[in-house]
Design a protein around this ligand. Structure first.
Ligand code: SF4
Length: 262
């Protein structure tokens, strides 16, 4: 960490892969907290978008526990479970942090008036574009980097995620400090630190999104099998890969070697 000197970071559109790669070597850290601290030092305008899944709750804990200067926001689609809104408040109270709401331009009723009722049933990609992708684009506007809670084994699109990479969709650095961890490792951390999580996980919802597009999973099903059930869709579009990304490792490259998040 000492090797990472503070310098003026270039605007997001000026970051080139070779420069990023050099920084990636310098930013190797033994823990998620140190990796995030290094990333925040290198890219001071760094923002974390959480959807309050187990991984997101872990990162809220790490950011708050280590007082990292990382802005935290959530995409409030207006269609979240009541339990998710309650968890949002609980995390803010527990850690004394503000988790900013980022909302779509259209309320749910206005979306219905313009595109018809229950757009998520007829055109979930358009619904996600309106309620998640475009709001995220606004939330990341002007930022140098964003932090996500994705892990490689969650979906096909996430399988090649590196701990730091160039996000072509939103044109900034994307830091995925949990990319290499397993679900079991995440839950070990959550239990060890008594981190608040959604009560829905205990009711068969390992992955939780908007209410209309989330169902419980049966024993033996993949964790995200309950998201957009019955459709090919597996992503909102926030982490889809439009084309091969320039990928660069932030922390140690060994798979599964960095379990310590705190
Ligand atoms: Fe719409 Fe469903 Fe996407 Fe939420 S998850 S924005 S309800 S399509």
């Amino acid at each position: 960490m000492e090797a990472v000197a503070r310098e003026v970071a270039p605007a997001a559109d000026e970051v080139d892969p070779a420069e990023l790669e050099r920084w990636s070597d310098a930013l190797r850290g033994p823990s998620v907290a140190e990796a995030l601290a290094s990333a925040a030092q290198r890219w001071p305008d760094i923002r974390f978008g959480t959807g309050f899944g187990p991984e997101g709750c872990l990162l809220v804990d790490v950011i708050a526990r280590h007082r990292l200067p990382i802005d935290i926001f959530t995409l409030d689609t207006g269609l979240l479970f009541p339990e998710t809104y309650a968890l949002w408040e609980r995390l803010q109270d527990r850690y004394g942090v503000v988790i900013r709401p980022v909302r779509p331009a259209l309320t749910v009723p206005r979306q219905a008036a313009r595109f018809g009722e229950n757009l998520w049933d007829r055109d979930p990609d358009r619904c996600c574009a309106i309620r998640k992708v475009e709001p995220l684009r606004g939330a990341l506007s002007g930022a140098q980097a964003w932090v996500t809670s994705i892990r490689r084994d969650q979906t096909r699109d996430r399988a090649t995620a590196r701990l730091a990479e160039w996000d072509e969709r939103f044109s900034l650095v994307k830091v995925n400090p949990l990319a290499h961890l397993s679900s079991a490792e995440v839950w070990d951390y959550l239990r060890a630190h008594d981190v608040p999580v959604s009560p829905l996980h205990a009711e068969g919802y390992p992955s939780i999104g908007c209410m209309p597009c989330t169902t419980p999973v049966a024993a033996g099903e993949a964790a995200r099998a309950g998201r957009w059930r019955g459709r090919e869709k597996t992503e909102c579009g926030l982490h889809s890969r439009p084309r091969p990304a320039v990928v660069l490792a932030l922390a140690r490259p060994a798979e599964g070697g960095d379990v310590h998040a705190g």
